[in-house]
Write a protein that binds this ligand. Structure first.
Ligand code: AVJ
Ligand code: FE
Length: 439
């Protein structure tokens, strides 16, 4: 059992930490110093803040909390505390300059790998059980790597990053929706060793029968909503969403521009035609909600999304991923920034759920109708500021992960959240509807 084999755990932790640091290096070595210290959008930190914050969190958890070491540079803790300084204010702080930030993160990493060598820090209760602290730190770095990729997308100027496109796919010809039977299923997890606090504990949830889109909503489908005057008709919009799109003159997904009768979009420094078969990207919760209402449908609840992704009707069990319990492989899902865009709808048939729902994991984060709330039996761990302080009606839950998410930070139980107006994130959606009766 790899969970109790220190050598296997050590290898897993080392691989996760190393992959995260390689990704961080790619995202921060491809631009020069002024680009790292500049603020490319008031929604984002300067890249150099993310870089040192990654190192600082690793120091806090692996060196101080786990190994009991003294602070390396106590005077910088406040600069990199996300709660002390909102993003908009971070460029004016006396941040470590790029070379110093790199050196600090590398020095922390060197010491963290020494801690990883000590078996005493791999087993045991709570923070170190099954290498949790190392898994948490690797996930934290990968989450910031996604945030830094968002900063790159917002950045003006020529492309700094490139990646091969996903394989082309023939137009998806399967059924447009899938029926999910009503009944209880197990939501959340108590078994996944590196699951974060908000995914816990596993609990039974009753879900009435429903239908859900087989694939995420595509650009082509979304363009039909725009062409039908969807942005000009308050009937489709939640009142706050209507006020928001009016106040900000929003009439299309972020980064889109009308060109003649069609649409162009800017993607990592390149302007291109909007591809009709690709899942729509950079839409807010309000836009997703309005599209669904226009289509005579609704967003899925978070429980519906998770049941569609994890429930195996043959066994009645909830699995780790739509395709089963195996860790994600390239044939399952578009994850890990291997591509800098979603794959066409209908890609990755090997990643479909037993009921036949496609692309639940990877490609685009999927907005759900649900507020971000704790599960029954939730306990903040290891710090209240990861999840607990965000619970409430002002945040909506996103599920499934985008092309920018690393497999270490993506599971059938993984929960992300954001404000309903946000759309610089790699967000899309699929729709659902109630089933009148069991079929
Ligand atoms: C889970 C993506 C909402 O970026 O605010 C990073 C992840 N938490 N550092 C965020 C996170 C602390 C978090 N999200
Ligand atoms: Fe963070």
């Amino acid at each position: 059992d790899t969970l109790h084999d220190p050598e296997a755990l050590r290898r897993r932790a080392l691989a996760a930490l190393t992959a995260a640091r390689e990704r961080t290096a790619l995202l921060t070595d491809c631009v020069d110093g002024p680009e790292l210290t500049a603020q490319h959008s008031p929604l984002m930190s300067p890249l150099v803040w993310d870089l040192a914050h990654i190192g600082n969190q690793e120091e806090l958890w692996l060196l101080r909390a786990v190994a009991g070491r003294e602070a390396m540079r106590p005077e910088i803790d406040g600069l990199y505390d996300a709660f002390e300084h909102p993003r908009a204010e971070r460029p004016s702080l006396p941040l470590l300059p790029p070379e110093e930030a790199r050196r600090y993160a590398a020095e922390v990493r060197g010491r963290a790998l020494d801690v990883l060598e000590d078996a005493a820090f791999l087993g045991g209760p709570r923070l170190t059980e099954a290498g949790f602290a190392f898994g948490m730190v690797a996930q934290h770095e990968q989450q910031h790597d996604e945030t830094m990729l968002v900063t790159h997308q917002l950045r003006r100027g020529p492309a700094a990053l490139t990646a091969p496109d996903p394989a082309p796919a023939p137009p998806f010809t399967g059924p447009s929706e899938v029926f999910v039977p009503g009944g209880p299923f197990t939501m959340g997890t108590s078994a996944e060793p590196w699951a974060l606090d908000n995914e816990r504990p596993a609990h039974r949830r009753f879900v009435p029968p429903f239908h859900i889109d087989t694939t995420p909503v595509t650009n082509g489908a979304y363009q039909a909503f725009i062409a039908d005057g969807g942005y000009d008709d308050p009937r489709w919009w939640a009142p706050d969403g209507w006020a928001h799109i009016r106040a900000h003159s929003i009439g299309a997904p972020l980064f889109w521009r009308r060109e003649g009768t069609g649409w162009l979009r800017r993607r990592f420094g390149v302007t291109e035609a909007v591809p009709p078969d690709e899942p729509v990207l950079h839409v807010s919760w309000y836009e997703a909600d309005a599209y669904a209402r226009w289509a005579g449908r609704r967003l899925p609840t978070e429980a519906e999304w998770e049941k569609a992704a994890r429930f195996d009707p043959a066994s009645g069990r909830s699995r780790r991923y739509p395709w089963g319990d195996a860790d994600p492989a390239p044939e399952h899902a578009n994850l890990g920034q291997r591509h800098l865009r979603p794959a066409p709808a209908g890609s990755y048939p090997a990643g479909a759920s037993p009921l036949g729902v496609h692309q639940l994991i990877g490609d685009v984060w999927e907005w759900t109708s649900s507020d971000f709330l704790p599960y029954p039996g939730f306990a903040a761990f290891p710090y209240r500021e990861y999840s607990e302080v965000f619970f409430g009606p002002e945040y909506k839950v996103l599920r499934g992960g985008s092309f920018a998410v690393d497999p270490v930070a993506c599971r059938g139980t993984f929960r992300n959240w954001d404000y309903p107006v946000r759309r610089q994130i790699f967000s899309g959606f699929r729709t659902a509807r109630d089933a009148a009766e069991q079929i």
